[in-house]
Design a protein around this ligand. Structure first.
Ligand code: PGA
Length: 213
């Protein structure tokens, strides 16, 4: 599976951790790939995707350490690092877990990203930089990162798109009911055959079906 870090999936990770603790499920035969990683930070920065995911989930489940794959934006040969990551992922992940950016980004695939894009270095949009500030205890906010591409996201066997809170209501409505196109990367998931959009009442408030949910 391919997993993001951050506030959006926190509840799912807590539930996964509880379920493993209770012996209901096991990660012993799973493989986990991080969805993206911030660049320009020290390896131990707690805001890095790898470190946050470790803290939120991997410290609490029985995933073998060798089955945890992560991106290193500081690799001296980043294009090769990205190519190897895509090769390790292979044809398709079984489960792709995604948050949604205020501008519709998936991972760090900002508006305008090609639908067939591979894992690569990307520049972050200003809204993304500002909304990531909550993950850092310092002012050195990352302006770029490395992300799994839309090609890998759209090839996944199953996708869960998660959103919670009122700030996401507008982009959730546009994603589900607005035009499909690269201007809103999340809208491309409407062409995916096995994608679930999981929202809380606040994030789903502007959907035309909201009254019946
Ligand atoms: P959030 O980010 O969990 O910080 O809201 C989601 C995203 O930007 O993909």
């Amino acid at each position: 599976m391919c997993l993001p870090s951050g506030s959006t999936p926190a509840g799912i990770y807590a539930e996964m951790s509880r379920s493993v603790g209770a012996g209901l499920v096991s990660f012993a035969r799973a493989s986990v790939f991080v969805l993206d990683e911030f660049g320009g930070l020290g390896p131990d920065d707690p805001g890095r995707t790898r470190n946050t995911l470790q803290h939120q989930l991997l410290d609490h489940v029985d995933l073998p350490p060798t089955a945890f794959h992560y991106l290193d934006p500081e690799d001296a040969d980043l294009p090769r690092h990205c190519t190897r990551y895509d090769a390790l992922i292979g044809a398709a992940v079984d489960l792709m877990l995604l948050g949604i950016g205020l501008n519709g980004h998936l991972g760090m695939n900002e508006p305008g990203s090609p639908p067939d894009s591979p894992t690569r270095r990307v520049e972050l949009h200003e809204t993304t930089i500002q909304s990531s500030a909550k993950y850092f205890a310092h002012q050195n906010l990352p302006r770029w990162g490395v992300t799994v591409g839309l090609g890998t996201i759209l090839a996944s066997k199953e996708v869960w798109l998660l959103a919670n809170g009122p700030a996401k209501a507008r982009i959730v409505q546009q994603t589900v009911e607005g035009p499909i196109g690269s201007a809103n990367p999340a809208s491309l998931l409407r062409r995916h055959r096995n994608c679930s959009v999981l929202v809380d009442a606040d994030a789903g408030a502007l959907l035309s079906v909201a009254g019946s949910v």
